[in-house]
Every structure is written in C-alpha cells, then in structure tokens.
Design a binder for this molecule. Structure first.
Ligand code: ATP
Ligand code: MG
Length: 323
C-alpha cells in the first residue's frame, strides 16, 4: 500500500554526559553534538526503513542546524519542511544518566529556533500526498507548535488519513500548560496510541483503573491500536477483535547491551506505525518494532541506532537461531 507519513516538532542537537551520575552543576565532559529530537528520530527511522516521510521543523542558521538537516537528508527524510531561521539558534539538550534507568535533561527548545515553528511553516503542498500524521507529545511545547500540529491534523483527517500519538512525557516539560490541554484534542483523533508504561496512569480516569481497563476504555472511544512500551521488558499490544473483544499480545524485550536508552521509543513507534501502514500483521509489526527499539538502545547517541529493514531482518533471524 502506498503511504506517506508526516511529523512535526523539535530538531536539535544533544550532548551526553560522559560519566554516569555526572552532575549538571559541576564541570565535566560531554560527548556530542548528536542529532536529536523525538519527532526527528521518528522521521529518520521511517526513512531508514525505506518509507516516505515529511518532517516540519525549524533550526538556526548555524553549524548545528546544518548538521541536523544533512543527517536527515542523507537518511532519506524529505527536508523541504525544515526552515533555517536567522532569528534564533538551533535547539539543544543535555542529558545525564543516573545509576537506575533514570535520566535528567536540560532542554533549550521553546526559546530556540524550534520555538519559532508555527502554523505557516506547515506547507499544504508538502502534505499533498501524506495520509498519516505522527504526533509526539514532547513537540507540543508552545501554542505556536500546537497550532501547526492542529493544521496538519485537520488536513490529514479531512482526507481520511490516520493519526498516531506518542505522549513522550518528560518531567522537565510538565510546566508547559498548553501541552497538557492539547492532549485531549489529539486523543480524540488518535488511531494508533503509543504510550510508555509509566505514562499510562496519566490517561486513567481514577487511580483504581488497571492498565487493561484503561486500554479497553480508550479502544471503545475509537483508538484502534495501542502499544504500551515497557523498556527492556518489551511491549504490550491492545486492540479489539472483530467481535469487539479485547485482543492482547506481549513481546519480551530482546537481550542486548543497552548503552543509551534515549530514542528507543521513537524508533519502536516509527517501525510499528510504518509496518502497520505497509500492511504487516500486528504480530509482525510488533516484532520488528521490538527489534528496532533494541537496536536503538545498543548505540550511543539518540539517533545513532536507527535501522534499515535488512538490518532488522538479520537481527531477528539471528535472535531466532539462538532461541
Ligand atoms: P524514550 O521516550 O526514551 O525513547 P520510551 O519510554 O518511549 O523511551 P521504551 O519503553 O524505553 O520507550 O522503549 C521502547 C521499546 O524499545 C521497548 O518497548 C522495547 O521494545 C525496546 N527497548 C527499550 N529498552 C530496551 C532494552 N534495554 N533492551 C531491549 N529492548 C529495549
Ligand atoms: Mg518515548
């Protein structure tokens, strides 16, 4: 089936603290710049799989911005929707990992070129052949971007396209009130919902609801496919079968040497959404997405672990031989 995906949001460079538990208030070494931004990683992963993807974003007229655009272009992302702005510099993020799976970020997004992304940047002619929009919750960081996202959403929905949504909540972003308000609107139109395990409670009506109950309620409201991402534990799929009964699937995470968890969810989501649109079965899309997430964590740098279809196929065949 022919499809073209579009996504919108932050494109930035990331610097990784060299040491575990390295503190932001003490001088230390950082590795980077690495190209990053959740929707950018998503777009890069879609393109690496060989599918069409348009990405709307803003960078500054600086070396970081050039690096970001070149990287996406080389990987096959359609970059005509990326504006180089002279009024602000390219966005950035610093990340440091703690002992557990926890990490801290310092983001410079709303006050960077990313913050200038708005309604007029979403060029309708670039959306002409798009029939799917992916929304990253982390991209709803300003009323301007929310306006841009709504524009794309309306255009895609009006021509019968589909929407996927990954809340991608970051504790550092909780004080952005516009973001929370826009979630209800996006959820109304979502076809494929991709939360992380620790984000599920955010969508519950009360504290007593179990994961299954929350999923059932969301499916009855019209979401067609839900995948709850569980890090190294894999993922849970929820959907309704033809009789309206809850259909559940679980995949265990593959055992890999995890060196950098950032970007796993974005790669997982991109692979799941692309392969579902390409007509793969839920089981197969889930298996490939799981491999894509495992691939992502095994490389240092948020976008360095994006993978091609032959790479994923090879990974899966090797894993099955070992089992
Ligand atoms: P992020 O927002 O940081 O990208 P996320 O919370 O959205 O992450 P995760 O659950 O961390 O997403 O990862 C997505 C998927 O990637 C998991 O469901 C799993 O399939 C795979 N994955 C993640 N971490 C590991 C790991 N350590 N080992 C194997 N697979 C992993
Ligand atoms: Mg995520």
């Amino acid at each position: 089936m022919h499809f073209k995906i579009c996504t919108i949001g932050e494109l930035l460079v990331e610097f990784l603290a060299k040491e575990q538990n390295q503190r932001f208030n003490q001088t230390g070494e950082f590795i980077g710049p690495f190209v990053s931004g959740a929707p950018a990683i998503f777009a890069d992963q879609v393109a690496k799989l060989g599918f069409s993807v348009v990405f709307f974003s803003c960078v500054g007229k600086d070396a970081f911005g050039k690096m970001c655009i070149n990287r996406l272009k080389n990987d096959g992302v359609i970059i005509d929707g990326i504006t180089m702005h002279h009024k602000a510099n390219t966005g950035s993020a610093f990340v440091t990992y703690k002992d557990s799976n926890e990490r801290d970020f310092i983001f410079n997004i709303p006050n960077s070129a990313c913050g200038l992304l708005s309604f007029n940047h979403v060029n309708e002619s670039l959306l002409k052949d798009c029939n799917h929009l992916h929304v990253m919750g982390s991209s709803l960081y300003s009323f301007r971007v929310i306006d841009a996202m709504r524009k794309a959403l309306d255009i895609i929905k009006n021509k019968g396209g589909t929407i996927s949504f990954d809340p991608n909540l970051r504790k550092e972003m909780f004080d952005i009130p516009e973001m929370e308000q826009s979630f209800d609107y996006i959820m109304e139109y979502t076809d494929i919902f991709l939360p992380s395990k620790n984000e599920v409670n955010y969508f519950s009506n009360n504290n007593d609801e179990s994961e299954q109950q929350i999923m059932m309620r969301l499916l009855k409201k019209g979401i067609k496919h839900i995948v709850v991402k569980g890090g190294c534990k894999g993922a849970n799929y929820y959907g309704l079968d033809e009789q309206g009964y809850l259909q559940m699937l679980h995949v265990d995470g593959y055992t890999v040497n995890s060196v950098d968890p950032t970007g796993a969810g974005d790669c997982f989501g991109a692979t799941f959404v692309s392969l579902m649109l390409a007509g793969y079965s839920v089981e197969k899309a889930l298996q490939y997405a799981n491999a894509s997430g495992a691939f992502a964590v095994s490389k240092k740098g948020p976008m360095e672990g994006t993978s091609s279809l032959p790479e994923l196929k090879q990974f899966l065949s090797r894993t099955f031989i070992k089992k």
